[in-house]
Design a protein around this ligand. Structure first.
Ligand code: NAP
Length: 338
């Protein structure tokens, strides 16, 4: 029997997770929750997803737009095993009570604090610890990207100290309200930024400090990473470790991928839905060992890197698959990540 999944919050992350869940053979979408009728609601219907609303009050607007609604979130929660909550950050506490009332497991996103669930998830780093839990938080796009590279480095060489500068995209491409359009914003100005402690919500013992700058772009984040390793290694050793990871895509400037713009074009040419790049894009020719320290650049597609992690989190919480590596392989294969 397929696991029954609800998506509450059908925006940038929610709609992508819905499609990724629908692509798996061991889970299905029972319904998605929309607050307002929109082109996304119409397309959701065309894809065969039933639409539910947070409350009765929202239904009239859908009726006016002639979009069928199957019921409210309350009713949907009576039909599912698990809900992926991709509502705007900060709504977690309110919905947690409702999910608890219905005895439904839930997965939140990086906009919520670690404390909401007491457990933050990354497929490679702590799948085993997620097995059978009621609640989990898939960490943010940036934290997911950092954990994907720091976990193998820690496992193989040991990390003495990581220092990361994150050049963050200011807004998602569909966001017409958020700036800046001509500025670089140290964000936060008070250092270090929260990204280091967020990595520690999964990799508890890694010594990491981070700083972040908001930049006038919508495409991707760019990380400049510097790591002191406990064990000596070569650039080829690091490349070899990254090559074997299931969600790291090594690229080269020699292939004329020299920017986030070209990395996004690459994702489109790969035929990815919505032009998504689920993997970390690591420039192999940026990998350098200088005075015993490792340096490299990676780009993170904020709209999509957390999507496969949500699918694995569903399998772990529902204990559909006990082996994290198998779940990762299954998710990747179903999505066509090769
Ligand atoms: N975007 C990213 O880059 C990114 C990356 C990683 C993690 N995250 C995290 O993922 C979560 C969702 O972010 P997002 O970027 O997907 O946000 P988003 O694009 O704004 O989507 C959120 C959706 O939630 C819906 N919503 C609003 N109020 C709701 C309510 N009361 N009940 C149910 N649904 C409601 C809205 O749906 P309607 O359209 O129906 O109004 C909206 O489409 C946040 O925690 C965020 O921090 C975001």
């Amino acid at each position: 029997m397929k696991a029954k999944v609800a998506i509450n919050g059908y925006g940038t992350i929610g709609k992508r997770v819905a499609d990724a869940v629908a692509a798996q053979d061991d889970m299905e979408i029972v319904g998605v929750v929309k607050t307002r009728p929109s082109f996304e609601a119409r397309i959701a219907k065309e894809k065969g997803y039933d639409i539910y609303t947070p409350s009765e009050e929202n239904i009239a607007e859908f009726k006016k737009s002639k979009i069928d609604v199957s019921g409210t979130l309350n009713e949907l929660l009576g039909k599912v095993d698990i809900v992926v909550d991709a509502t705007p950050g900060g709504m977690g506490e309110e919905y947690k009570k409702l999910y608890q009332k219905h005895g439904v497991k839930a997965i939140w996103q990086g906009g919520e604090d670690h404390e909401l669930t007491g457990f933050s998830f990354n497929s490679e780093a702590n799948y085993q610890d997620a097995l059978g839990r009621d609640f989990a938080r898939v960490v943010s796009c940036n934290t997911t990207g950092l954990v994907r590279v720091l976990y193998p480095l820690e496992t193989v060489f040991g990390v003495k100290k990581a220092r990361v500068t994150l050049m963050r995209r200011a807004a998602d491409p569909n966001d017409i309200k958020t700036g800046p359009i001509n500025s670089l914003i140290p964000d936060p100005i008070k250092l270090p930024s929260h990204h280091g402690p967020d990595v520690n919500s999964i990799l508890h013992d890694i010594d990491i400090t981070t700083m972040a700058v908001k930049t006038s772009t919508t495409l991707m984040h760019l990380h400049a990473i510097n790591v002191e390793l406990k064990q000596e290694c070569s650039e080829a050793d690091v490349q070899g470790i990254f090559e074997k990871r299931p969600r790291i895509r090594l690229v080269s400037s020699k292939d004329r991928i020299k920017s986030t713009a070209e990395a996004m074009e690459y994702a489109k040419d790969l035929g990815r839905p919505r032009g998504d790049m689920w993997e970390n894009v690591v420039w192999k020719d940026s990998i350098a060992i200088n005075k015993g320290e490792l340096y490299f650049f990676q780009a993170i597609h904020q709209e999509s890197d957390v999507v496969p992690e949500n699918v694995d989190a569903i399998r772990a919480l529902l204990e559909i698959e006990k082996d994290g590596a198998k779940s990762i392989r299954k998710t990747n294969k179903a999505l066509g990540m090769n």
